[in-house]
Ligand binder design. Structure first.
Ligand code: SAM
Length: 295
């Protein structure tokens, strides 16, 4: 029986007959530009830059970056990627957890303004634009302003940082589910929306972004709601870069280990039995160290 390799593929492929690949669309063009009331409008691409290593940007993201007139970029974006757009106007929009270079409304307005002047704008965001990147809000603002836009997904740090630390998020016989959550919101806060009590035992592997500051509370909450205190935890700082550093411990002692290692953001926290696989699978660090070790 002939198997159509595209069966079940994403919508653009669904109606294609089996056979040779479909003719490619001119890949270099931004998805569209449009004209409203006779005024030519540019376009905006929300591009995921990947987790840190500039080699992890997608082919399409890099193509659009090289053709951009304006690049609006975030703090965690590697500067070598900006060098790919030497003629573009480069605008830092950046955000650290405590200091915002530009408020979100201003970033939205900036994208709209440059696109309305007919420019090809690339909004370059760390990791994936739609994973805790506020890319959805920017897309909404563009849709409201009727600016043509496209989204180029990126390799999120939620997956890449563990991968570079030798930690698969799922593994046969060890973990068959994972969740990615923000550590920025805590159950102890009235505004908190992450339900740590339910998450504690709902999935095998928990990946927490922006969780370093509240690591002691998060670990306490998870143990209080049924996760074993001996559950392995890894903190991966600057994953995929030359500065990558990993601290490993358990829910019982990880906060203290992070404090002793003087760890600072950006950090991805991985909680679950898969962390132990690092002892065999660490490939980016020279050699994995046993649980409890710091590199
Ligand atoms: C505002 S979120 C943006 C996440 C991004 N959109 C993504 O998909 O990776 C920023 C957080 O991502 C995580 N992060 C981003 N890059 C990282 C890296 N290279 N290593 C470790 N953590 C990283 C950290 O938890 C950081 O606080």
């Amino acid at each position: 029986m002939r198997v159509d390799p595209r069966r079940g593929a994403s919508p653009p492929f669904r109606n294609l007959p089996p056979g040779p690949a479909a003719p490619a669309k001119p890949a270099l063009e931004p998805r569209s530009t449009a004209s409203y009331s006779g005024v030519r409008v540019g376009s905006v691409a929300l591009v995921g830059a990947g987790p840190g290593d500039p080699g992890l940007i997608t082919v399409r993201g890099l193509e659009l970056l090289r053709r951009a007139d304006v690049v609006v970029y975030d703090r965690l974006v590697d500067r070598r990627l900006l060098a790919e757009a030497p003629r573009a106007r480069r605008i830092f929009a950046g955000k650290a957890s405590s200091a915002h270079a530009l408020p979100q409304e201003q970033i939205n307005a900036l994208l709209v303004r440059h696109a309305r002047r007919g420019r090809r704008v690339v909004r370059l965001k760390g990791g994936d634009p739609f994973v805790f990147g506020r890319g959805g809000e920017e897309a909404e603002a563009l849709a409201r302003a009727r600016i043509p836009f496209e989204v180029v997904p990126g390799v999120t740090s939620a997956i890449a940082a563990p991968a570079y630390a030798g930690i698969p998020l799922t593994h046969r016989g060890v973990a068959s589910s994972f969740a990615v959550v923000t550590g920025h919101e805590c159950a102890s806060e009235s505004q908190g929306r992450v339900d740590w009590a339910r998450l504690a035992t709902a999935v095998d592997t928990l990946v927490v972004l922006m969780g370093l500051e509240r690591l002691p509370q998060i670990a306490r909450e998870l143990v209080a709601h049924g996760r074993a205190a001996a559950t392995p935890v890894a903190l991966v700082r600057w994953g995929s870069t030359d500065w990558q550093e990993t601290v490993v411990g358990t829910l019982a002692d990880i906060a203290e280990r992070a404090r002793r290692a003087r760890l600072e953001p950006p950090v991805v926290t991985v909680i679950g039995d898969v962390v132990a696989l690092r002892e065999r699978l660490a490939w980016f660090d020279e050699q994995a160290l046993p649980i409890g070790a710091v590199r």
